[in-house]
Design a protein around this ligand. Structure first.
Ligand SMILES: [Zn+2]
Length: 92
């Protein structure tokens, strides 16, 4: 029987449950006094894999991005806010 890890979103209680694949997922925290919802964690022990923290940054600072950024800053001139003066009640 496979075992699943669950984590309570409210109290962060993590627990393991042995259940068959046909069993419904648990939704309620087993902790006494806690009515939090539990989420089934994927896999056991591996957790969520964050690929290289620098990945996003590198991508963000690619040449094409820089070029785009430059263009954008050049073309963006301060726009004066148009305040349309709405005529209030015409008291005529
Ligand atoms: Zn809980």
């Amino acid at each position: 029987m496979p075992n699943y890890d669950y984590k309570c979103e409210k109290c962060d209680h993590v627990f393991e449950v042995f259940q068959s694949m046909n069993d419904p997922k648990l939704t309620d925290c087993p902790q006494e006094g806690c009515d939090g919802q539990v989420k089934r964690l994927l896999g056991t022990g591996s957790g969520i894999i964050f690929k290289g923290s620098g990945f996003y940054e590198t991508d963000y600072r690619s040449d094409s991005y820089k070029a785009g950024e430059k263009k954008a800053s050049e073309s963006s001139s301060p726009k004066p806010e148009k305040k349309e003066s709405k005529p209030a009640k015409s008291s005529d």
